[in-house]
Design a protein around this ligand. Structure first.
Ligand code: 2AM
Ligand code: CA
Length: 267
């Protein structure tokens, strides 16, 4: 991994430990589908165990760093300059239904700014990683590492746009339908795959040209923001253009040339 710094290497190692838990438990999910209770409790346990393994690994390698984790919440550290932001299973609903599209996302802040991120797609054995100022990379299942650069398409009619739809109990269904209506009328196609972390990584990889979603949590997007940015994408808050969408969780991301038209369809 010639392009991974010691810190990123530590984050990758932690992600692989969480992935071992998820890979084992994903194999069980299919059997559980048929039980009356369904796999929900089992999946919650897999989520928590993945997080424990990641936490244990990072705490060993970087003692003192702080944490924000989906399951455990905030854990303070003696080192006030670093904080890991962890989603131990992004795409839980896919995992629960036996759909092999989910990931582990680990971001790290330095002095309150997003600094580095890794997103691991364990079913495809694809490790996306980036560190501010050093570029974004994909280490693939053959062990080949390649630099990611977003293709700078400007014509939305040639673009695949990813999104996340609000689900049961989440506000904003009507607003989302208006946005979807506009974007699908102008773009080549819409995708909704269910892991916001991977959506951002896939924009970085040029598999999607843009992504927007509202109401996400910091752990869904922390790592993906760094990866997409380092691949040359613009990431910002929807509506305000604030460069840090972690507060509201309303995010838009695309190549620079596409952004003005893309944004126009979301207002
Ligand atoms: P999660 O799997 O960690 O929950 C997809 O729209 C994004 O929203 C995913 O990153 C997913 O992260 C998050 N999400 C949170 N609650 C969800 C739900 N009930 N259904 C679908 N996605 C959800
Ligand atoms: Ca998530």
């Amino acid at each position: 991994m010639p392009n991974a710094s010691p810190l990123v290497t530590v984050m990758m190692a932690a992600a692989r430990k969480g992935a071992r838990v998820l890979a084992r438990d994903f194999g069980e999910v299919e059997n559980l589908q048929v039980s009356r209770k369904g796999p929900a409790d089992f999946v919650t346990a897999a989520d928590k165990m993945s997080e424990e393994k990641i936490f244990e690994s990072l705490r060993h390698d970087r003692p003192g760093y702080g944490y924000l984790m989906e399951e455990r919440g905030e854990v303070g550290g003696s080192d006030k300059t670093h904080r890991f932001i962890i989603d131990p299973l992004d795409g839980t609903l896919n995992f629960m239904h036996g759909n092999p599209h989910f990931s582990i996302s680990i971001g790290v802040e330095r002095d309150g700014e997003l600094h580095a991120g890794v997103i691991y797609d364990l079913m495809r054995d694809e490790m996306f990683f980036a560190e501010t100022g050093h570029g974004a990379f994909l280490l693939d299942s053959r062990g080949i590492e390649k630099r990611l650069r977003v293709p700078n398409r400007s014509d939305i009619t040639e673009c695949i746009i990813a999104t996340g739809t609000p689900w049961l109990g989440k506000p904003g269904h009507a607003k989302f339908l208006k946005e979807l209506h506009k974007v699908m009328a102008h773009s080549a196609g819409i995708r909704r795959f269910g892991s916001a972390a991977l959506d951002l990584a896939w924009v970085a990889a040029g598999r999607f040209d843009g992504f927007w979603e509202r109401g996400l949590q910091p752990w869904d997007i922390a790592a993906g923001i760094v990866i997409a940015r380092e691949a040359g994408a613009i990431v910002q808050e929807l509506d305000t253009e604030n460069p840090n969408p972690m507060g509201s969780g309303d995010i838009i991301c695309s190549g620079k040339a596409l952004l003005p038209e893309f944004m126009q369809h979301l207002t």
